[in-house]
Design a protein around this ligand. Structure first.
Ligand code: PGA
Length: 249
C-alpha cells in the first residue's frame, strides 16, 4: 500500500514568524496516521525555524528548489546537503513556476533530482502540460519527455525514494482542477511509464501525487482514485483551516 503524501507548497509566502505560528497550530492538531504523510514547503528562510517546531511531530519539511552542486560559487543557490542540514526530507524539483519563470529545462530538473538523492533528500519531480499543449493534443508526448529526461539515470534504489507530481499547468492557481477522472487517466499513464522503466513491482511502490487547485472539497475525491497517491497543494495550504481539512480528508 502506498501511503498518501500531502504537501503544502507555500511558494513565496509567509515570514518566519507567520510560518512558525502556522506550523505550531497545524502540528498541534495532527497525530501520526499510518495511511498518510504530511509535509510543508515554506520559503528557504523559514526552513530552519520550522525544523525546530516540527521535530518530533509527524509533519515533515520540504524545500521548494535545490541546486545540482553540493557547494561552490553559485550565488543565490542552496544545495541538497544544506537542505538536509536545515531539516528537510523532501524537495520539489521542476515545479512549473520554475520551468516557466526561470527557464528550467528537463535536464536541469534531472540534475536537481539526482543531487537531491545524492544529498539524502526525496525529490518530488513535477511534470505537467500547459493549456496550449493539452489543446494541441500533446499532453502525453510532453509528459513522456518530461518523465524520460527528468528521471534519466535515476536508479531503481533511488526511484523508490522519489515522488512524481502531476501538475497540469492550466490547473495551477486557476481554480480549474482536473476532474478526478482526468487526473487518474494521466496518473495511470505515468504509472505505465514507470512500469516500463523500472518494472511493475517497483512502479507499484512509487507515489504519484496530483497538484493544481486542490482544495478541501476536491482533495478526497482525487485521492480516492487508484493511482493518485496524494496532493501537492498551493493556495489552499496557506490557510490553516483549509489545509487542516485537506490533511484530514
Ligand atoms: P495551487 O498550486 O494549489 O494554488 O493551484 C499548486 C502548486 O503549484 O503546486
Amino acid at each position: 500500500m502506498r501511503r498518501a503524501l500531502i504537501i503544502g507548497n507555500w511558494k513565496m509566502h509567509k515570514t518566519v514568524a507567520e510560518s512558525v505560528e502556522f506550523a505550531r497550530a497545524l502540528s498541534g492538531g495532527f497525530t501520526a496516521r499510518a495511511d498518510r504523510e504530511v509535509a510543508i514547503a515554506p520559503p528557504f528562510t523559514a526552513l530552519h525555524a520550522l525544523a525546530a517546531i516540527l521535530k518530533g511531530t509527524p509533519i515533515d519539511l520540504c524545500a521548494q528548489d535545490v541546486h545540482w552542486e553540493r557547494e561552490g560559487a553559485f550565488t543565490g543557490e542552496v544545495s541538497a546537503t544544506m537542505l538536509l542540514d536545515a531539516g528537510c526530507r523532501f524537495v520539489l524539483v521542476g515545479h512549473s513556476e520554475r520551468r516557466c519563470f526561470f527557464g528550467e529545462s528537463n535536464d536541469d530538473v534531472n540534475r536537481k533530482a539526482r543531487s537531491a538523492l545524492r544529498g539524502g533528500l526525496s525529490p518530488v519531480v513535477c511534470v505537467g502540460e500547459t493549456l496550449d499543449e493539452r489543446e494541441a493534443d500533446q499532453t502525453l508526448s510532453v509528459l513522456r519527455r518530461q518523465l524520460k529526461e527528468g528521471l534519466n539515470n535515476i536508479s531503481a534504489d533511488d526511484i523508490r525514494r522519489s515522488i512524481v507530481a502531476y501538475e497540469p499547468v492550466w490547473a495551477i492557481g486557476t481554480g480549474k482542477t482536473a476532474t478526478p477522472e482526468q487526473a487518474e487517466e494521466i496518473h495511470d499513464f505515468i504509472r505505465q511509464f514507470l512500469e516500463r522503466v523500472y518494472g511493475k513491482e517497483l512502479a507499484a511502490e512509487i507515489r504519484v501525487i496530483y497538484g493544481g487547485s486542490v482544495n478541501p472539497e476536491n482533495a478526497g475525491s482525487l485521492m480516492a482514485k487508484k493511482d493518485i497517491d496524494g496532493v501537492l497543494v498551493g493556495g489552499a495550504s496557506l490557510h490553516l483551516d483549509s489545509f487542516r481539512k485537506i490533511i484530514h480528508y
